[in-house]
Design a protein around this ligand. Sequence first.
Ligand code: SF4
Ligand code: SF4
Length: 163
Amino acid sequence: MFGFLKGMGITIRQLPTKKVTLMYPNERPQWPERFRGVHEYIPELCIVCYQCARICPTSCISLSGARDDNKKMRIETYDINFEICILCNLCTEVCPTNSIRMTSQFELAEYTRDGLYKNMDWLYHNHVEHGSFRAMQAEKERAAREELEMPVQQKSDDRGGDK
Ligand code: SF4
Ligand code: SF4
């Protein structure tokens, strides 16, 4: 009887407090800015340097590329096996062009293991559908960098003009 009353006491004390649960999927969670969800990938930015694949601790990234007519490396295939990806973020940290990034997307349930093998199209679609905080942050940083670089270029032009 004492246990029952103790339990009821705890329940009653919790009634007026703010709920921490959501009516998912009708209500969507708001993740913190540094949340590490499944990746997005932007092929146009990728320089096929293999840094992401080399650093991946579970070897779940596989990619291939070739030189185009202008001798530039172009990506041909880019796949991530989310069966073994641990969402550690290392691949995005080393990417020099921000072509691979984490997103706020977390829904990755599949009926088969093969379904967890995501290719370049899926990863790009994830970029379009779930542009991450990081992506937006990267765009802002790039714009800020360009603004900073502009006066430097102008200064060097000015120095060249003085000679
Ligand atoms: S998040 Fe970690 S485990 Fe997943 S692909 Fe990137 S480096 Fe590999
Ligand atoms: S590190 Fe970035 S640029 Fe290099 S291959 Fe990976 S995704 Fe492409």
